[in-house]
Write a protein of this length. Structure first.
Length: 154
């Protein structure tokens, strides 16, 4: 997906088994972010950064939704272990990840693999992508600050 594209209606089921739909966010803004694997160092740092700045993001009008290939049970453990109180979609068949364009070839430890490309989409009140943060742009430990800086300066 690209800037200007509308995100899919059905996003998937979260860690609590709730179906998440983009229409639930109409009239609100959304931080939709993909991450490779729950409970890994980078993904934990990114999620905790977002959780730590959740109130500031909400004050700017944004809700947060994460998505990875992890199973619902692992998403639940991840959320519980780190006090994450936003939805984490369990996209085990990679449907949403592929629709978003953040499932593909990457290089890890010098070898090519297929997997989730860490990406963040800022979505406007109409469900349209207004900004995409690509993998090389994202600094996991301070990702929320990156988003807030962009939001303040746009």
């Amino acid at each position: 997906m690209n800037v200007g594209d509308k995100i899919p209606e059905v996003l998937g089921k979260d860690q609590n088994g709730n179906e998440i739909r983009s229409s639930a966010f109409l009239g609100k803004k959304l931080v939709l972010y993909s991450y490779p694997k729950a409970n890994t160092s980078g993904c934990t740092a990114e999620a905790c950064s977002l959780q730590s700045h959740k109130a500031e993001l909400e004050a700017a009008g944004y809700s947060i939704v994460g998505v990875s290939k992890d199973k619902q049970e692992l998403q639940k453990k991840f959320a519980d272990a780190h006090g994450l109180d936003f939805s984490l979609i369990a996209d085990t068949d990679t449907t949403l990840l592929q629709q978003l364009g953040c499932w593909g070839e990457k290089v890890a430890c010098g070898r090519k693999t297929i997997g989730t490309l860490r990406t963040t989409y800022l979505v406007n009140e109409e469900g349209v992508i207004e900004k995409i943060f690509l993998p090389k742009e994202i600094k996991t430990k301070i990702h929320a600050e990156q988003l807030l800086d962009y939001i303040k300066n746009k």
